[in-house]
Ligand binder design. Structure first.
Ligand code: ZN
Length: 425
């Protein structure tokens, strides 16, 4: 059977993945055989999401009725029912629910009624609390499949410490990263000298190590010295897989979805108040505003270095009419040229402008010329993929370090040879 839980957290605390870890432990104590635990991130753009929009799915063997009552008891014990946007859902199903529902919940939007219809058809046990919104995520969780997956080792704090400052030795996080990168990622952000894997919210998470296998995330975690965790859990997850991105066409994007689009830079990049950088991408007469917000730090320098005519693949969430960049591929660079007066055809000396639209004249002889001298200027960026730094990475965004060599190729033969810039190592 599969057990799905969603929407138990709130900005003030709690975390659905913690309830999943407690549930896994309680099921094992009651002699259930637990064969899998997954953490699923759903559409990051839904407006009613609690925090990370995470749901969990536990795979187990045993009595489904008993599992359902244990899961409901966990949710009732820990979920933050006081928060308006916390509307938990619990699902236990023995029959597989088609994965299409999961993909719609990650890439778009699902209705509660649609979830209930699927649950009824498959004979699932389910309970939705309050407005029952959590049934969407819980159903998506039991319907999930992870053809591409990563893992996260999560350590949770003892309840008496929730809300107090976390004790995690900073240098051991940098050590864990040094020993295991690139098999783990986003533990720290070296370039920004920041710890990424320890949250600042009042929830039970102590830290989370993301990586390519249970062995690598466990190995990384063993370097970390911290307050003693209450419970630990390794989840298989859709984090870092780009499963939220769908191919899109500029001019035909839907609000609240995440896309990969192709286009040509149609404006000079502009830095706005607050340090947010904006640039227009065009294709077939339509344009799309792409944004690199201030928290994306050095990624903004790449966006600022773009010039009209550069061809891009841009990836990110389409929100409020603009694409919030998570990564982009520069497929080809426009030739940047500088114009200056030519040398005189008669005497060989540098000419001067004869006035707007009048070409050039020589100060030393009667020589005239029309065309300026064009000099190509080096570009500050190269073709290839660029991504936001770890501190600004969204859960679902695939880090470039996970790209296969084929994925790194950006299409143009001239670009293939160029190196992909990796995080500051
Ligand atoms: Zn001359």
């Amino acid at each position: 059977m599969r057990i799905g839980i969603d929407d138990t957290d709130s900005p003030a605390g709690m975390c659905t993945s913690y309830i999943g870890a407690v549930l896994r432990q309680r099921l094992e104590e009651r002699k259930f055989c637990v064969s899998g635990a997954c953490l699923l991130r759903l559409n990051p753009n839904v407006v009613w999401k609690t925090r990370g929009n995470a749901a969990i799915c536990i795979e187990a063997e045993g009595d489904p009725d008993r599992a359902f009552s244990i899961a409901c008891a966990c949710v009732e014990e820990f979920a933050d029912f006081s928060a308006e946007n916390t509307n938990p859902g619990v699902v236990v199903t023995e029959e597989r629910i088609p994965s299409g529902f999961y993909y719609r919940a990650v890439q778009g939007f699902c209705e509660i009624s649609e979830a209930i219809r699927l649950l009824e058809t498959s004979g699932a046990r389910y309970r939705g609390y309050k407005n029952r919104r959590g049934l969407v995520g819980a159903t998506a969780a039991v319907a999930s499949e992870l053809p591409d997956r990563t893992y996260e080792f999560l350590a949770y704090r003892k309840p008496e410490r929730w809300g107090t400052p976390r004790y995690v030795e900073r240098e051991t996080l940098f050590l864990a990263d040094a020993k295991t990168y690139p098999h783990t990622w986003d533990t720290v952000d070296r370039r920004n000298d920041a710890v990424v894997c320890v949250p600042h919210t009042p929830d039970p998470v102590l830290y989370g190590i993301r990586g390519e296998s249970p062995a690598w995330v466990s190995y990384a975690a063993h370097f970390i010295r911290s307050e003693e965790p209450e419970i630990e859990q390794i989840y298989a997850t859709n984090q870092g897989t780009d499963v939220h991105l769908i191919p899109g066409v500029i001019g035909a994007l839907e609000e609240g979805r995440s896309y990969r689009v192709e286009g040509t830079v149609a404006s000079l990049p502009e830095t706005r108040a607050g340090g947010h950088v904006s640039v227009l991408l065009g294709r077939d007469g339509s344009t799309l505003r792409c944004m690199a917000y201030e928290p994306t730090k050095e990624f903004r320098d790449v966006v600022r270095a773009l010039l009209p005519g550069d061809r891009l693949i841009a990836a990110g969430s389409y929100k409020g009419g603009s694409l919030n960049l998570e990564k982009m591929c520069v497929r080809s660079l426009a030739a940047a040229v500088e114009k200056r007066p030519p040398l005189c055809p008669a005497c060989g000396r540098r000419m001067t402008s004869a006035g707007r639209g009048k070409g050039f004249k020589c100060r030393f002889c009667p020589g005239r010329a029309q065309a300026p001298e064009l000099r190509s200027v080096g570009r500050a960026i190269r073709c290839g993929w660029y991504e936001v730094p770890p501190i600004a990475r969204r859960h679902l965004a695939k880090p470039l370090v996970r790209f296969t060599p084929a994925e790194r190729e950006c299409g143009d033969r001239s670009c293939i040879a160029s190196a992909v810039p990796l995080p500051g190592k």
